[in-house]
Design a protein around this ligand. Structure first.
Ligand code: HEM
Length: 421
């Protein structure tokens, strides 16, 4: 069955209440295929009350507007301290990024974001291009060796995860020998970006958070002694020039965030894209022939099966409305990015995968003040990785059922068996 070809709200999810939809999204079945549930959410309009103090937005325009509205904030450390149980707020994994841009509101957010943007520039990403090309070739060479004679290989393990981790480590100046450890720690800590049952995952995430903090602490000390041409040194220079712009805790939190935010997300863009190529082999042919553009393909993958499925915002003041719904101060609005990207009010036949669409503009990188810092980097990796993969392996094919990552927010595959010859 093709992803998204399901009975829809007129089938098994007809009549579900908003609370049941939200609950079902958290089940293994809902995580596996949330799209029928998103359709059921669309049937309630663009936004709906789920319970007291909690609403769910699934419409493109509404999600876009809330993301751009400074009156809605993220869960920063003050809000968390006021509303979350202290055992949770104090966990090392939660603390590890609580002072990062992702978890800050005005004025801290603007101050840190301006600084990060000043060093993480399109020019720096442009300078990384030769390194990305080289990393892609090395990974494809290894795929060719391991997959010789039609032996199945795991695309996620051998390419999907390896490329983003190599690129971020290059960017941050992390030595090659430490990259395998980083990959493991990044995966474990990324659990805090998800909403699913966290009990076991949080223990691992705590350990990973502690280890990463001490690693970055040592890296920062080393780069202070001997600066290099990397993002870590550039951030340290900014921090040392003026403590008021970025203090030491914020420096470590943002370094950790840059690693976590850019790793599994980009890996999922590759995995979800390759899976879609297997479902739509005619698209792979058109890409090879040049009748479909790779840029359009990547945008449609981002829309159709977004690596980040949701985020949320909290109403910071009284008197706010979302799509006509009153949201008193403190109301949390779940922003279903994956649903907004398939909003029938915004996209014609949203459940059809069509890389020839125009004006795709998915919300997969967010919008407004927190718009993804790494979107140019992720798109550059896709613009290099997908064409080289398809050119190099004309016989690229599925070699069995992929296994999903059991996550709701970060949607992708843990393993994706392929043959390349
Ligand atoms: C396909 C890949 C990626 C996707 C789908 C993605 C998605 C997102 C989304 C949806 C947000 C906004 C979250 C919110 O508003 O609540 C975000 C923020 C962010 N992303 Fe990405 N991301 C990707 C790759 C990257 C990469 C490669 C990096 C860095 C190396 C990165 C770094 C960040 C950072 C630092 C933020 C926080 C920005 C802020 O709060 O001001 N991301 N990303």
């Amino acid at each position: 069955m093709r992803l998204g070809n399901h009975p829809g709200p007129h089938g098994r999810f007809r009549g579900m209440e908003p609370m049941e939809i939200m609950g079902a999204l958290l089940t293994p079945e809902g995580r596996d295929d949330p799209y029928p549930l998103y359709e059921a959410a669309h049937a309630f309009g663009t936004v709906v009350d789920v319970s007291e103090g909690f609403a769910m937005a699934s419409g493109y325009e509404v999600v876009n507007r809330v993301l751009r509205d400074p009156a809605f904030g993220v869960w920063d450390h003050e809000l968390r301290a006021r509303t979350w149980p202290s055992e949770l707020v104090e966990r090392p994994s939660i603390k590890s990024m609580e002072r990062s841009v992702l978890n800050s509101n005005t004025p801290e957010h603007g101050r840190m974001r301006a600084l990060i943007s000043s060093v993480f520039t399109p020019r720096r990403v442009g300078m990384l291009e030769p390194a990305i090309e080289a990393a892609v070739e090395t990974l494809l060479d290894r795929l060719a060796d391991e997959g010789a004679g039609g032996a199945p290989v795991d695309f996620m393990d051998r390419f999907g995860y390896r490329l983003p981790v190599a690129v971020i480590c290059d960017l941050l100046g992390i030595p090659e020998s430490d990259r395998e450890t980083f990959r493991k720690l990044a995966t474990q800590l990324a659990a805090v970006l998800d909403f699913i049952d966290l009990a076991d995952a949080l223990d691992l995430a705590d350990a990973a958070g502690t280890e990463l903090e001490s690693y970055f602490g040592a890296l920062v000390a080393e780069r202070r002694r001997r600066p290099a041409d990397d993002l870590t040194s550039a951030l340290i220079a900014a921090c040392d020039a003026d403590e008021a712009r970025l203090d030491e805790v914020e420096l470590l939190a943002n370094l950790t965030l840059l690693l976590i935010a850019g790793f599994e997300t980009t890996a999922n863009l590759f995995g979800n894209g390759v899976r879609l190529l297997f479902e739509y082999p005619e698209v792979a042919d058109d890409l090879r022939l040049g009748t479909v553009r790779y840029a359009g393909f990547a945008e449609e993958v981002l829309r159709y099966d977004s690596p980040v499925q949701m985020t949320s915002r909290v109403a910071l003041t009284e008197g706010l409305m979302v799509g006509g719904l009153p949201t008193p101060e403190g109301t949390e609005v779940a922003l279903l990015i994956g649903a907004a990207n398939r909003d029938p009010r915004r996209y014609e036949e949203p459940s059809r995968f069509d890389p020839r669409r125009t004006d795709i503009n998915p919300l997969s990188f967010g919008a407004g003040a927190h718009f993804c810092v790494g979107s140019v980097l992720a798109r550059t990796e896709a613009a290099i990785g997908f064409p080289r993969l398809l050119e190099r392996f004309p016989a690229l094919a599925s070699a069995g059922e992929p296994r999903r990552n059991d996550r709701l927010v970060l949607r992708g595959y843990a393993s994706l068996p392929v043959t390349v010859a």
